[in-house]
Design a protein around this ligand. Structure first.
Ligand code: PSU
Ligand code: MN
Length: 308
């Protein structure tokens, strides 16, 4: 069925019709999360990771007020270079549509568009959550995770957040937090946080089976898969803490809040760590794209077997 505001590329329409593995990718990381030109390189590399692992990437973004799934390379370039893009979460879709704007979709925004299109697996860097600077600043990502049935692969919640509060919220909302080959909730730049996941699973196949069991019970929440940043690029939590604290204090002093807070903190931390956190961010994004592709292939295989 066609939706007037949603536009899928031919490749993705065909893949979804065939039940082939498709992985949704977000675009706030391109428009607001990373500096140029690393953002463009990352967007291309994420798509390549998904393809190399045997699935089809569906980068989600708004272009000229249309919700698009699957962008051409020229469109990725346009998105990565554009300076006046909107950060699109649930409440911003209609703004972008009526004003015909370009925008990067957040985790919440991407989940919504992917779910409308029938995509079941999505890869991102780190989800949003409860901010330290204000306990009222709770990312729409958490609400989307509470009510969108989708496997979301991330490297934990961003370390700039109040992680215990974020995990409590997910528990309240009934969102399983799966550790991929780990018992510990990863903290984005770091592999450790001292906090537990609700289940540990060690293979893409187990994750696919887990999600099916969860949804078979009529539960509608996401399955959040947390995949620790690769060891080579990981930064120990104890090293990150002072940088995060400094960036957070600066945000409060400068009165930065709302949608601008996350991009400010990520940018400042990258400066304070002399680019080390940026390297970790890029590595974990690619790592998540690969795992999401592997999971989506298991979903595909299982679906085919079931159809026979
Ligand atoms: N992960 C990254 N970089 C990012 C984000 C996540 O590595 O830029 C984005 C995601 O799109 C996420 C958003 O949904 O930050 C959260 O923003 P907020 O805290 O304002 O909800
Ligand atoms: Mn927020």
């Amino acid at each position: 069925m066609k939706h007037p505001h949603l536009q899928l590329s031919t490749e993705i329409t065909r893949a979804l019709n065939l039940g082939a593995p498709v992985v949704a990718l977000e675009s706030t990381v391109i428009t607001h999360g990373l500096p140029h030109p690393q953002n463009l390189q990352l967007a291309r590399d994420m798509e390549k990771q998904v393809r190399d692992a045997g699935a089809i990437p569906a980068t989600v973004a708004l272009l000229d007020g249309k919700i698009r799934l699957g962008l051409s390379d020229e469109e990725l370039v346009r998105l990565s270079e554009s300076e006046s893009t909107l950060k699109v979460s649930h409440r911003d879709f209609a703004t972008a549509i009526v004003q015909k704007l370009n925008g990067g979709t957040t985790v919440a925004g991407t989940m919504h568009a992917a779910n409308m299109s029938g995509i079941k697996v999505f890869a991102t860097g780190g989800i949003g959550g409860v901010h330290k600077e204000s306990s009222f600043d709770i990312s729409t990502d958490l609400k989307a995770l509470a009510d969108t049935p989708m496997i979301v692969v991330c490297a934990g919640a961003k370390a700039i957040l109040d992680l215990p509060a974020t995990l409590e919220y997910l528990e309240t909302m009934g969102v399983p937090v799966v550790g991929y080959q780990t018992d510990e909730f990863p903290a984005f730049y770091s592999r450790e946080s001292g906090l537990n996941v609700s289940a540990r699973l060690d293979s893409p196949k187990e994750i696919a089976e887990f999600a099916k069991a969860h949804w078979s019970l009529g539960l509608r929440s996401a399955v959040l898969v947390t995949n620790p940043v690769p060891e080579a690029e990981a930064i120990p939590q104890s090293k990150m803490e002072p940088f995060i604290a400094k960036a957070s204090t600066e945000a409060i002093e400068q009165g930065i809040h709302g949608q601008a807070l996350t991009p400010f903190l990520l940018g400042r931390i990258s400066e304070l760590t002399k680019g080390k956190s940026l390297k970790a961010n890029l590595a974990l994004l690619l790592n998540n794209a690969r795992l999401a592709a592997e999971i989506s292939k298991e979903m595909y295989t299982a679906k085919k077997a079931w159809a026979i």
